[in-house]
Write a protein that binds this ligand. Structure first.
Ligand code: PEP
Length: 266
């Protein structure tokens, strides 16, 4: 279902009216985690200033340590809905448990399945039935074939509004949190008709790498990028070191304005 064999034209997925597909490079930005209404609104304003047309923000945070901040749950979803009301930005947010899919879908414009759940087949089937577009991150140790098969689980349940997201894979390298597999973008685009975006924030795990990796993503043909921003990353409850700050926004906005047209995208 997701293969290009029977579907040679590349697809565009619409999220709250915003296209993600071959004609555009869509900027999705916002806080890694929803912490407070003020922090989320401030991050959404930052995202908009950089040209984002979709808001990201996690209300359910799958953390390596069970002692780390796990997200605000439904309270976080309500904050995201309020910020959407305020800014007009449709919301992309993660769901980590099949039992929460209906609840998260009642607030979200797009459901995100994270790297740790990329082969949670029950969750993939549940989001396939939720009636909302899905962003499927690549499993941190998944081959491209495994990633596409995970997408197939969603598609099989009747949902073809799927966006693939390359977010870095585990390698022997320790200088970066993950290794951004830039070649995965054109490879996945050749094998599948689904849009492919890149998460430069979770790939590098470092603020100083976000703009260079964004340039690489756009240059290699990504259909969008998803980027963490935070008004006060030193106080962030999740992944502060990778969040862009106010001072980075001009450069991000310029990059997102100037680079896509060179590649025939808007
Ligand atoms: C996220 O985008 O909030 C996230 C946790 O990403 P990943 O699943 O890629 O680690």
């Amino acid at each position: 279902l997701v293969s290009r064999e029977n579907h040679p034209q590349r697809s565009t997925v619409h999220v709250g009216g915003v296209p993600i597909g071959p004609e555009t490079v869509t900027l999705i930005a916002g806080p890694c985690a929803v912490e407070t209404p003020e922090q989320t609104l401030a991050a959404a304003r930052m995202a908009q200033a950089a040209g984002a047309t979709l808001l990201r923000g996690g209300a359910y945070k799958p953390r390596t340590s069970p002692y780390a901040f796990q997200g605000l749950g439904e309270r976080g979803l309500r904050i995201l809905a309020e910020v959407r009301e305020e800014t007009g930005l449709p919301v992309v947010t993660e769901v980590v448990d099949a039992h929460d899919v209906a609840l998260v879908a009642s607030y979200a414009d797009m459901l995100q399945v994270g790297t740790r759940n990329a082969q949670n087949f029950g969750l993939l089937q549940a989001v396939g039935e939720a009636g909302k577009p899905v962003m499927l991150k690549r499993g941190m140790s998944a081959t491209i074939e495994e990633w596409l098969m995970a997408a197939e689980y969603i598609a099989q349940r009747g949902n073809l509004d799927i966006v693939l997201c390359e977010r870095g894979i585990r390698t022997f390298e320790t200088a970066t949190r993950n290794t951004l597999d830039v070649s995965a973008v054109p490879v996945a685009q050749r094998l599948s008709h689904l849009p492919v975006i890149v998460d430069p924030s979770h790939s590098g795990g470092r603020r100083d790498l976000v703009l260079p990796l964004t340039r690489a993503a756009v240059a290699v043909g990504a259909d969008g990028v998803i980027i963490d921003v935070h008004p006060q990353p030193e106080l962030a409850l999740c992944d502060g070191p990778q969040a862009l700050v106010d001072g980075d926004l001009d450069e991000l906005a310029t990059l997102m304005r100037d680079l896509p047209p060179l590649l025939g995208k808007s």
